[in-house]
Write a protein that binds this ligand. Structure first.
Ligand code: URA
Length: 239
């Protein structure tokens, strides 16, 4: 890879800005000043430094965000706050994106990455990667609902859902409220809300707590994010 691309990929500036850093003799490769932006480096083997500080190459970035209500799962928006607005200037990169969408009022686990292949694996309905949600529902959820969800129900007329596992955690008949857990294998638009609506009730609060084998970190405050550990990335890759 060209030296200017290496530095730009590591977010040290635009291609034009990093060329300037190289021209002003501030960049070394394996301890030797390298003044040509076209110089080829091996990102696995060569040691690149700026002003004496090593710049280790990292291709992919993985973050876990505990999404708060009120922000949208987009990368940029002219009117609304987005999940990427939560990122500090230091961590922000313009190739980061959220893996799938949570509604504006949904909270919980959102992976933010620049790894398109991982995102595809986690979201493709063919891969059957589980997504688990906790929801508060207005209405009394029943065993009949459990069976309908498990059988691959239809929503909005003719849209067929893959079988989903519904667990009823609590039912409060006096207040006409239930708390449920729902495990989906896909991510249709507003799917949890539409499935609950299809059985005559409404979601009043929704939180995603798991994607594949990765659970929401309970230590992570609402609106906070952190890099995933190697072990957690492996959990996401695991079938
Ligand atoms: N299902 C929904 O209805 N909303 C979400 O944000 C996620 C799943």
């Amino acid at each position: 890879m060209r030296l200017d691309k290496y530095l730009a990929d590591m977010d040290l500036g635009s291609r034009k800005e990093v060329k300037q850093l190289i021209k002003s003799n501030r960049v070394t490769v394996n301890g030797k000043v390298e003044a040509s932006d076209k110089f080829h480096v091996n990102e696995q083997e060569d040691q690149v430094a700026l002003d004496g500080e090593e710049i280790v190459y990292q291709k992919y970035f993985y973050y876990i965000l505990n999404k708060p209500a009120g922000v949208i799962s987009a990368t940029v928006d002219n009117f609304e706050a987005t999940t990427l607005d939560i990122f500090s200037d230091q961590d922000f990169r313009d190739d980061l994106f959220p893996v799938g969408r949570l509604d504006k009022d949904t909270e919980g686990l959102l992976i933010i990455t620049n790894d398109g292949a991982l995102s595809h694996r986690l979201l493709s309905p063919k891969k059957h990667v589980e997504k688990e949600y906790l929801a508060t529902v207005e209405g009394v959820m029943t065993q009949e609902d459990v069976e309908r969800f498990a059988s691959g129900m239809k929503i909005d007329g003719d849209e067929i859902c893959l079988p989903a596992e519904l667990k009823i955690d609590q039912v409060d008949e006096t207040n006409n409220e239930s708390t449920i857990r729902l495990v989906l294998q896909e991510g249709k638009f507003h799917q949890v809300k539409r499935m609950v609506h299809a059985v005559g009730k409404e979601v009043t609060y929704l939180q995603r707590i798991r994607m594949g084998h990765l659970y929401l970190d309970e230590q992570l405050d609402l609106g906070s994010y952190r890099e995933l550990t190697e072990e957690e990335i492996a959990l996401l890759e695991k079938k």
